[in-house]
Design a protein around this ligand. Structure first.
Ligand SMILES: NC(=O)CC[C@H](N)C(=O)O
Length: 228
């Protein structure tokens, strides 16, 4: 299975993402610069965190016009797994690949620390290796993670089980319904504020993020590898 890590000017979690896939997961991975327009050779697309274009206007608001985003849309339409973490999530929202928007954190401060998440939906291609309701520890690092959407959208998210991760115990940024991560209706595009790529080894304080990447590989094998 081959992963793409999309790199924008200002990305800063691309190396961690690459490390998680290459060294911890043991799968093929390649960096892809934002001005590429063909992602057909990849099976899954990863949009890492950072400060693309310096977070000017709003986080992700400029990156979504990058050439590569048309190819990300195409991959999403083809049903390939697309994961956006933190700034990657913000870009997916700005690009309209996920519903809703991000506001500044309620306390108006950048927050960088581990938080607890509850796995709300473990029936996605990103979460099948978790138990339903499992509480996991994953670090956050953002200034704009206060997820917001209108009432109708929220109802739809709940009805379709699109809320995948919720903050557990304490909500660090004021997001609606403690939302930490959502998928699109089809279930193949996941955006999340916490950083699973920073939680792939007990040495880093948690390895809980690894199951997310394993779920993607399991999904891909189930759908692509033919066994006798
Ligand atoms: N780690 C990140 O991706 C940061 C995202 C974005 N720049 C923010 O502060 O909200």
């Amino acid at each position: 299975m081959k992963f793409a890590v999309i790199v924008f000017p200002g990305s800063n979690c691309d190396v961690d993402m690459y490390h998680a896939i290459a060294d911890e997961l043991g799968e093929e991975v390649e960096y892809v610069w934002h001005d590429e327009d063909d992602l057909d050779r990849f099976d899954a697309i990863l949009l890492p965190g950072g400060f693309s274009y310096g977070d000017y206007l709003r986080s992700g608001a400029i990156a979504r016009f990058s050439k590569v985003m048309a190819a990300v849309k195409k991959a999403a339409e083809a049903g390939k797994p697309v994961l956006g973490v933190c700034n990657g999530f913000q870009i997916l929202l700005e690009a309209g690949l996920l519903p809703g928007a991000m506001r500044r954190n309620q306390g108006l401060k950048f927050i960088c620390r581990p938080v607890q998440l509850a796995v709300e939906n473990n029936e996605t291609m990103f979460t099948s290796a978790y138990e339903k309701g499992e509480v996991i520890t994953i670090p956050i690092a953002h200034g704009e993670g206060n997820y917001y959407c209108d009432e109708q959208t929220l109802e739809r998210l709940v009805e379709n089980k699109q809320i995948v991760f919720r903050y557990h115990g304490e909500n660090p940024n004021g997001s609606l319904m403690d939302i930490a991560g959502i998928v699109n209706e089809r279930g193949n595009v996941l955006g999340m504020m916490p950083h699973p790529e920073r939680a792939v080894d007990a040495l880093l304080g948690s390895a809980d993020g690894l199951k997310l990447f394993r779920s993607i590989v399991n999904y891909w094998r189930e759908t692509h590898v033919v066994t006798a």
